[in-house]
Design a protein around this ligand. Structure first.
Ligand SMILES: [Zn+2]
Length: 165
């Protein structure tokens, strides 16, 4: 039953498992997964993104919603997202609901061209920038089994307990 869905915490192996491409749209499974993601993200204070493996699913689906911090952002439900192009490196301070209490400085791109399917299977794309672009990169990593700690240059120097900040 989907009401059981809860946040998976590192080192849960599902966080390391690459997700499958969604090929069937409009299925009960996909609809339920998307509503579970929405419900669980709403429960998190200041959550800006959530990927399917974080709630135990192995499909390429992620939510991004940075509108609380950046009014230019969109509420995105990304199915099979791919980052097609990227421009200009930047460093972002990131955390993850699946790795509570830690933050790290991560190299990302400032602007990206992302392509994805919507819930009906239609292909969409946009050029995203700022915090939304960073969040998309973080969520796309989740769908490949990557975590932000994998991108920290030095675990000792760059991964810091959240509480001292
Ligand atoms: Zn995360």
């Amino acid at each position: 039953m989907s009401s059981e869905a809860k946040i998976r915490i590192f080192p849960d192996p599902i966080l390391r498992t690459p997700c499958q491409v969604v090929r069937d749209f409009g299925t009960v499974e996909l609809t339920r997964l998307i509503s579970d993601l929405h419900r669980i993200m709403k429960k998190q204070t200041h959550g800006i993104g959530l990927a399917a493996p974080q709630i135990g699913s192995g499909l390429q689906v992620a939510l991004v919603d940075v509108t609380e911090r950046d009014p230019k952002g969109q509420k995105l439900c990304l199915i099979n997202p791919l980052i097609r192009e990227f421009w200009e490196e930047t460093t972002s301070r990131e955390g993850c609901m699946s790795i509570p209490d830690y933050r790290g400085d991560i190299k990302r791109y400032k602007r990206i061209l992302v392509e994805w399917h919507n819930e009906k299977g239609r292909k969409l794309q946009k050029i995203s920038e700022g915090i939304e672009a960073i969040c998309i990169q973080h969520e796309v990593d989740h769908l490949s089994g990557l975590l932000f700690i994998d991108r920290v240059a030095s675990l000792k120097r760059d991964l810091l307990p959240r509480k001292i900040h």
